[in-house]
Ligand binder design. Structure first.
Ligand code: URA
Length: 276
């Protein structure tokens, strides 16, 4: 393809491209017209020379300072920080409050708000997805978009609703453009969801989709192999029965798997009856 002779995209095509790439929300209340801003020369970059005789050049005063709160610690330090913090949260409220101020995960800087949980903390069954999407980021609640509507129907199929189930995600902030969370982001958020599961202490834990299943149930098998299988989830104080099933977003794309998901839900309903 001759890229040089391609006509420049018009604004509509450019917007469609951005939308496709996941850029679907504004970062500020008011739009900024960069074209009307005067050109400012790029500031010189601080250069640290290896030879000790050469001094380090200073950043010019005009360089905008990055707020301390937007500098995330190194992943290992953040994971250690998360483990320590999550361990000390005595209640779900304390855990939520902790996450509201936790600065170890950079996703909080791009997300609109924390998406902690929905449903009943006393519920006997807890569903865990991967990470909030756009609708969840706006509302601050998990699974409220299209896949959330399907999850509600799945829960209703076994006679439950959000007043009888607890719903959360491994990652409590929306990754920008709904991109896949990085392994570091997942590891940083893991102690918090682990503590959340321990505090809710459900009879049955349901992991929705591959990322949540692999992260929480410590398996490398894919969802086609793990779904419908019972796992033991060890909270550290107790073992909880856990079942992996398809993520509702996957079922929306591949409705033929709804039949298998129905089998998984029946198994969950039966286990709930038995544990009664
Ligand atoms: N997908 C998820 O994994 N979680 C949500 O909250 C919404 C969509």
């Amino acid at each position: 393809m001759d890229l040089i002779s391609e006509p420049a995209p018009n604004v509509r095509q450019l917007l469609a491209f951005y939308l496709e790439a996941g850029v679907d929300c504004a970062l500020m209340e008011e739009p900024v017209d960069r074209l009307t801003e005067p050109d400012t020369p790029a500031p010189p970059i601080a250069v640290r020379e290896t030879a000790p005789s050469r001094p380090v050049r200073e950043m010019p005063a005009a360089m905008p300072a990055v707020p301390r709160s937007e500098i995330a610690p190194a992943p290992e330090a953040a994971i250690a920080l998360a483990r320590e913090a999550a361990r000390t949260a005595p209640t779900l409220e304390a855990l939520r409050a902790l996450l509201e101020t936790f600065e170890g995960c950079a996703l909080r800087n791009t997300a609109t708000r924390l998406v902690f949980a929905d449903g009943n903390p006393q519920a006997r069954v807890m569903f865990v997805g991967e990470a909030p999407g756009r609708d969840e980021d706006i509302e601050g609640l998990p699974f409220v978009g299209r896949s959330g509507k399907l999850l509600d129907r799945m829960i209703a199929a076994i006679g439950l609703d959000r007043s009888k189930a607890y719903i959360a995600n491994v990652i409590p902030w929306r990754p920008p453009g709904n991109r896949t969370p990085t392994p570091q982001e997942t590891q940083i958020c893991l102690p918090f969801i682990q503590r959340q599961i321990e505090l809710v202490n459900p009879d049955i834990l349901v992991t929705l989709g591959n990322p949540s299943t692999q992260t929480l149930l410590s398996t490398r098998d894919g969802i086609m192999k793990t779904r419908g299988r019972w796992f033991d989830y060890d909270t550290g104080t107790r073992t909880i029965r856990a079942m992996a099933t398809f993520h509702p977003a996957y079922l929306l794309r591949s409705p033929s798997y709804k039949r298998m998901s129905w089998q998984d839900l029946r198994a969950i309903a039966k286990a709930l009856e038995q544990a009664n």
